[in-house]
Design a protein. Structure first.
Length: 93
């Protein structure tokens, strides 16, 4: 299982070059997984408990260790209240 954290809640351009909003179901990858952006736009499946949903790679996370992804507030809220801050999930491309 991998740790999840929350991307900033501002609306801005992600590392993949697209403008994103906090309600979008998008993730940021760790720098090693982001690489040169070859995973930009890839769909991922994320599971937490009995909830599963899909998101798109749209950014990189400077502080995330390998295997950790960062979520928008909207996506995080699908799984848990924002005050939880970090949750452990399964995810894959």
């Amino acid at each position: 299982m991998l740790i999840k954290s929350v991307l900033g809640d501002s609306d801005d351009r992600g590392a993949c070059g697209e403008y994103n909003v906090a309600s979008d179901y998008i993730i940021a990858l760790s720098i090693p997984q982001y690489g040169n952006g070859e995973n930009c736009g890839k769909p991922v499946t994320i599971t937490y408990g009995d909830k599963t949903t899909h998101a798109i790679v749209a950014d990189r996370c400077e502080a995330c260790p390998y295997g950790t992804i960062d979520l928008t507030n909207g996506l995080f809220s699908y799984f848990a209240p924002l005050y939880e801050g970090l949750i452990y999930v399964d995810w894959h491309y």
